[in-house]
Design a binder for this molecule. Structure first.
Ligand code: DX5
Ligand code: ZN
Length: 218
């Protein structure tokens, strides 16, 4: 069994005190900081960009996981890498047939790479990219906002990703789930093969953030 890692999403943080928020995640035992970058074009919301990653890099030693929900990610991956991202994930929907090229570009910067699929994109679309991925992210809500309900069909997709990763020998690959994860569904998510658990509202709505982080991991 792979180690379970908890990646709180700072989309649910108070943006007016982002530094303190990230330090609190560190103190509360988070494994990874999940950074939702949104451009208002690919998704119907706008968050933050390269400068946020650069500034957070100086503050924390936790891995920065940059989930790029932006069109033309290939234009920006090198700058996110230089800013201090540890892993950059890009959506199949924004890269289409260029997905493998974009993943290669990310790799060439020395940063880990991952492919993301929306709830209505079948796993087969990224099947040929899975051998080169350090991580695959299965979106379990439509991206854009925190606090949405988990889409159960995502469990089937996790199992399929795991099967393909095994078949092609990429057994070290991480499998990430993002959207609507809480204590009520985390066990079946792990059983389906996810080992990197993103949680926004489940962590940030808690009084003591250490509690959901520990409980989601357990
Ligand atoms: C959605 C983002 C998620 C989101 C998860 O577009 O990619 O990372 O913040 O938030 P919760 O856990 O509240 O669904
Ligand atoms: Zn995300």
């Amino acid at each position: 069994m792979k180690k379970i890692k908890i990646a709180p999403s700072i989309l649910s943080a108070d943006f007016s005190k982002m530094g303190e928020e990230v330090l609190s995640l560190e103190k509360c035992g988070a494994d990874i900081v999940h950074c939702d970058v949104m451009d208002g074009v690919f998704v119907n919301n706008i968050t933050f960009g390269i400068k946020m990653i650069e500034d957070l890099r100086k503050l924390t030693s936790l891995p920065l996981d940059c989930h790029l929900m932006i069109v033309h990610p290939e234009k920006y991956v090198e700058r996110f890498a230089k800013a201090g991202a540890d892993i950059i994930t890009v959506h199949y929907e924004t890269c289409q047939e260029n997905l493998k090229e974009v993943l290669k570009l990310i790799k060439s910067t020395g940063v880990k790479c991952g492919a993301v699929i929306n709830p209505d994109t079948p796993v087969e679309k990224i099947a040929d990219a899975i051998p080169m991925c350090d991580m695959v992210l299965v979106m379990s809500v439509f991206p854009g906002f925190g606090g949405q309900k988990f889409i159960p069909h995502s469990l089937e997709k996790l199992r399929e990703v795991k099967r393909i990763a095994k078949e092609c020998g990429n057994i070290d690959m991480d499998i990430q789930i993002d959207g609507g994860v809480d204590l009520s569904n985390v066990q079946e998510i792990k059983d389906a093969g996810a080992n990197v658990i993103v949680a926004g509202s489940a962590v940030f709505n808690a009084k003591d953030r250490a509690e959901p982080i520990k409980a989601l991991r357990a």
